[in-house]
Design a protein around this ligand. Structure first.
Ligand code: ADP
Ligand code: MG
Length: 283
């Protein structure tokens, strides 16, 4: 399968107000395939949001190149939609107008067809009967769904979400994760999902990219070979615990896997590999 998104030796240094350079990300390599759901996990400050800004074209890497479908990303891209941690809805506009806002801002007007599509997307996200409600009348989870629909209305091929559910309670969060997965599959999106929740990453993803350290570096890139239909039963799958344990070990004792400790090999890899599950031989 062709790589859709490529991070090629991408590193980043911020320039601080006093002119000093601060390295946020050591050069990393990884790819995302079309319609893949890839999560990035890692401790706070390891460069996850920096990765998002680089892919979205909001900032340019100081080293290497980000490519989308073979083209370098040099500015914000129409094919990339972003969902941030907080949905930042306009409190004085109703749900439908909030969703339509970026289109209105971009083109100066909204066509009846846009309104129809917005309504369909809201319907799909379970918000069909809330279109005329004001944001303040919705729960946190519903507001976040409005934020997701707003990003989807611009029809991006790629959706990047930066810790979108971190303000939600655990149950709503799990529900929202499955909902997001359903929507992204239905809409055939390529997804980069940033989270600090290891279980959320394993539960939802085809692949998990693990970052660690400060500056951040790629620790592992793990294919999650769990049944395609993800739901509450996935949590009971024996491999689920093995995957989360593998990633937790990286994050708690960063940069060396058991295997690598034996061989002295570096933990950095750009090739996805399968995590080892206990009943397949090793932990
Ligand atoms: P994460 O999202 O994993 O918490 P970030 O990508 O936000 O990490 O930040 C990585 C590092 O870069 C941190 O040390 C942070 O302080 C620094 N950083 C992030 N944004 C900026 C910025 N605009 N200017 C300077 N340093 C920044
Ligand atoms: Mg962040």
């Amino acid at each position: 399968m062709k790589n859709y998104v490529e991070f090629i030796d991408v590193g980043h240094e911020y320039t601080l107000a006093d002119g000093q350079r601060m390295r946020a990300l050591s050069p990393i390599n990884f790819n995302i395939q079309r319609h893949e759901f890839v999560s990035v996990v890692g401790p706070s400050g390891c460069g996850k949001s920096t990765l998002l800004r680089l892919l979205s074209g909001l900032i340019q890497p100081t080293e290497g190149e980000v490519r989308i479908f073979d083209k370098p990303v040099t500015e914000p891209q129409d094919e990339v939609g972003i969902v941030f941690q907080k949905p930042t809805l306009l409190p004085w506009k109703n749900v439908l107008d909030n969703v339509l806002f970026p289109l209105r801002h971009k083109f100066g007007r909204v066509l009846p067809a846009d309104k129809q599509r917005a309504s369909q997307l809201l319907e799909m996200a379970g918000l069909g009967s809330y279109q005329q409600h004001m944001p303040g009348e919705l729960s946190g989870g519903m507001q976040q769904r409005v934020g997701i629909v707003r990003a989807l209305l611009l029809s991006p091929d790629i959706l990047i979400l930066d810790e979108p559910f971190s303000a939600l309670d655990a149950l709503t969060r799990e529900e929202m994760g499955f909902e997001l997965l359903r929507i992204c599959r239905e809409q055939k999106k390529t997804v980069l999902f940033i989270t600090h929740s290891i279980s959320e990453a394993v539960l939802l993803s085809d692949r998990v990219v693990v970052l660690g350290g400060r500056p951040g570096e790629l620790v592992d890139n793990i294919e999650i070979d769990l049944p395609g239909q993800r739901d509450n039963s996935t949590l009971q799958h024996p491999d689920f615990a093995a995957y989360t344990r593998t990633i937790r070990n990286y994050i708690c004792a960063p940069h060396k896997t058991g295997e690598q400790e034996k061989t002295g090999e570096s933990a950095k890899t750009d090739e996805p590999r399968k995590a080892v599950s206990p009943h397949k031989g090793a932990a």
